[in-house]
Design a protein around this ligand. Structure first.
Ligand code: FES
Length: 104
């Protein structure tokens, strides 16, 4: 069963930056591209470092620890070739607030 959970206000997400939030024990990173809000699992699939510390240029998310690269729109792994996609969560915008649905 899906559970709608508040993650943050839209105004908490600064353009060009990654916001770390914890929702029901899940580490997430929230960001915005051209007015569209996105949420991904906040842990790098390589060695588990926090993606909130990653470099974000509006197109790519680059983990600073070993420089794995991910597409910020599709969430696909870009480098190295075998990098997996980042786990993404659909965001529900409701007025000034952002929510996600986590399966329970
Ligand atoms: S932990 Fe992210 S690239 Fe190694």
């Amino acid at each position: 069963m899906a559970n709608k959970s508040f993650i943050c206000k839209k105004s908490d997400v600064q353009p060009g930056s990654l916001l770390s939030v914890e929702v029901e024990g899940e580490e997430l990173v929230v960001y915005e591209i051209e007015g569209e809000y996105r949420a991904i699992h906040g842990v790098c699939p390589h060695k588990g470092h926090p993606l909130a510390e990653a470099h974000f240029d509006g197109c790519m998310i680059i983990c600073p620890f070993h420089f794995w690269k991910f597409d910020a729109v599709s969430n696909a792994g870009l480098w190295p070739q075998y990098a997996p996609s980042l786990k993404a969560y659909p965001i529900i915008a409701d007025g000034a607030d952002l929510y996600i649905e986590l399966s329970s």
